[in-house]
Design a protein around this ligand. Structure first.
Ligand SMILES: *Cc1c(COP(=O)(O)O)cnc(C)c1O
Length: 361
């Protein structure tokens, strides 16, 4: 069996480091917001050459707080891609705003800059770009539009750790960026974790308070805050893994390149473009008989996933915002996309087996 992913095996190389760090953590007895969080925040900020990384409880909270801290008028419209994972859209709603879904480009699966302008109204205040599957959005035209209309750019980097656009890291391509370290992400913790990366001093100060009951000083609460602190133990684990992120990326790129060069042309492959250094959080292909292909691969011992099986505009939870709206490009992606094994737990020999099976489909 070639599983889609296997996290125990993904984390096996770090096990000795995790065990040693956990013993030290037990001895120290400092469980919340200790040296581990401070150290990871510094490491993650430095990695991005950014002024701040603020650790929070998970990726959804990172996006909610990144939007909250902007203090936009309630009910502002925020543009978001129509094919994103639901978290990006939920973040806008939880922050008290209106998600405005814009269709992606069918080759990149990312926001189509040419469609953004038509969606802008007087109430539009921000664009939430999502670097889906580990490919950065085409940021230059998006910046141009944002500048012209005075919009803030928030990045959803949950799938894009280490991805680059024109040489620059995802997380440094907008005004502020939300990251998730959910265990299956390219930089994954052993539980929930997230962070916001930014350079703005006053937003950073406010975020440090917002994630901790709106308090900078114990028992003094200046804002209606949350409890969304990055867990100390997860921060310690993430500090151990971060130095290996470049190796994780390189491994996934190597596996992706095998698919890209060897899969037959029946499959629509992810586009590779100059200036985009993709990290293949998800290696997806599209095929009109996706469900039959998925079943065939499973019968032959290959696990696959669908990102995502239900389009946001068909989610019951989002009906009040999206009911009756049409998103044909997103529908097409949701009906045809299939994610292939492409994880740290796979070897090139696994990928060659998947390719051989697929080319016989
Ligand atoms: C995983 C993910 C999130 C949410 O992250 P959590 O840590 O699970 O809350 C947000 N956006 C995208 C695109 C994701 O893939």
């Amino acid at each position: 069996m070639i599983p889609y992913d296997q996290l125990s095996s993904v984390n096996q190389p770090y096990q000795a480091g995790f065990e040693k760090a956990f013993r030290e953590f037990l001895e120290k007895g400092w469980y919340i917001m200790g040296e581990g969080v401070r150290q990871f925040e510094k490491q993650f900020a430095d990695y991005h050459n950014a002024k701040y990384a603020i650790g929070v409880a998970n990726g959804l909270d990172a996006l909610i707080l990144a939007i909250k801290v902007l203090d936009l008028p309630l009910g502002s419209e925020i543009i978001v891609p129509s094919n994103t994972y639901i978290a990006s859209i939920l973040a806008i709603i939880h922050a008290g705003h209106q998600p405005v879904l814009v269709e992606p480009n069918l080759q990149t699966y990312n926001l189509d800059p040419t469609l953004i302008e038509a969606a802008i109204t007087k109430s539009t205040k921000a664009i939430l770009v999502v670097h889906l599957y580990g490919k950065c959005c085409d940021m230059d035209p998006i910046h141009q539009i944002a500048q012209q209309h005075g919009l803030v750019i928030i990045e959803d980097c949950a799938q894009a750790h280490d991805a680059r656009y024109k040489g620059r890291l995802a997380g440094t391509l907008g005004d502020l960026a939300g990251f998730s370290f959910y265990p299956s992400k390219n930089l994954g913790a052993l539980g929930d974790a997230g962070a916001i990366v930014l350079n703005n001093d006053s937003f950073a100060s406010s975020l440090k308070s917002l994630r901790n009951y709106g308090s900078h000083q114990k028992y003094q609460n200046d804002q209606v805050g949350y409890n969304s602190r990055l867990d100390e133990l997860q921060a310690i684990f993430l500090s151990i893994k971060l130095p290996f992120l470049a190796a994780i990326t390189a491994h996934k790129r190597q596996l992706a390149s095998l698919y890209l060069t060897n899969l037959k042309s029946d499959f629509i492959l992810p586009i590779v473009e100059d200036g985009f250094e993709d990290v293949y959080h998800i290696f997806n292909i599209r095929h009109p008989r996706r469900d039959a292909l998925k079943a065939y691969l499973l019968e032959n011992g290959v696990g696959t996933e669908i990102h995502y099986p239900i389009a946001p505009n068909h989610q019951k939870a989002l009906a009040p915002w999206l009911e009756g709206k049409q998103f044909p490009i997103s529908e097409e992606i949701h009906a045809t996309t299939l994610s292939l094994p492409c994880s740290s737990c796979h070897e090139p020999s696994d990928i060659y087996k998947v390719i051989e099976l697929m080319n016989a489909f």
